[in-house]
Write a new protein. Structure first.
Length: 262
């Protein structure tokens, strides 16, 4: 069983490994090595039970992940209190037009209201801005963070931040929010200063693409999963690594490697 980490200065505690759920709801225009079919409800329930038994309490979803939010809302039912749910705002996706971004106050409020309904909950633990790559512009020229801060005061969410794509944006996000999500692994170290800055400021850090979006063969070492876990978890300030999989055995192995690294 994994020991939970405090998410920065918030009262939220998260497992060192979180479960990413993009594959619960979307299999179009995704950057994974192999195509996949969306899982059945029974397969998702099995994976969620395995995750819970392993000590995982963090689920990461988003409106841009197809029907992921709706499926989680239906399947979690009376289990809501056992999970920390992180979702996102700013990006919409459909197979015809691809990704569309809107960081306005109106779109942000609508997105939060819709996520609450889809997830069948009256609060969201973590809300991240789904960046289009223009992190600095989002932070400095839109009202999205101030809107999220207001919604936090209203009790609709407990913490907010950005899922960033640039070093400059990550550093700014640390200064203006509770938590930041960055890409970090042995072959992508550009955003390490963001993690260090967050650690210094007492802010939460979530890691995405820890296993290079499934392209683990790119990570050096005889055991690339263990190598990645050791590399990431030795970095002070990392709160949780978000890993997406539909395979319970892969999830178990990932947690085993994380425990070994810890």
């Amino acid at each position: 069983m994994m020991t939970q980490n405090k998410l920065g200065r918030t009262e939220i505690r998260v497992s060192p490994i979180g479960l990413g759920t993009v594959k619960f709801g979307r299999n179009a225009q995704v950057n994974y090595p192999l195509p996949f079919q969306l899982p059945s409800d029974d397969a998702i329930l099995t994976l969620l039970k395995v995750a819970a038994d392993l000590g995982i309490n963090l689920l990461d979803t988003a409106p841009a992940y197809g029907v992921s939010e709706e499926r989680l809302g239906k399947l979690l039912k009376n289990e809501r209190q056992h999970w920390i749910i992180s979702t996102k705002v700013g990006e919409e996706f459909d197979e015809k037009s691809g990704s569309q971004f809107d960081f306005s106050e109106k779109a942000t409020r609508h997105s939060i209201e819709r996520s609450l309904k889809r997830l069948q909950t009256d609060y969201l633990d973590i809300v991240l801005v789904h960046s289009n790559g223009e992190d600095k512009k989002i932070i400095e020229e839109t009202a999205i963070l101030s809107t999220l801060a207001e919604l936090k005061k209203q009790g609709l969410l407990r913490a907010f931040g950005l899922s960033t794509k640039t070093l400059e944006g990550g550093l700014l996000a640390v200064d203006h929010s509770d938590v930041v999500m960055v890409t970090y692994n042995p072959i992508h170290t550009t955003e390490q200063p963001v993690i260090a800055h967050a650690h210094q400021k007492g802010k939460g850090v979530l890691i995405k693409k820890a296993l290079a979006s499934g392209h683990v063969q790119k990570i050096p070492g005889d055991n690339p999963v263990l190598s990645a876990m050791r590399f990431i978890l030795q970095e002070p300030g990392v709160s949780s690594i978000i890993l997406g999989t539909l395979n319970p055995l892969h999830l178990q192995y990932n947690v085993q490697c994380a425990n070994a690294a810890l």
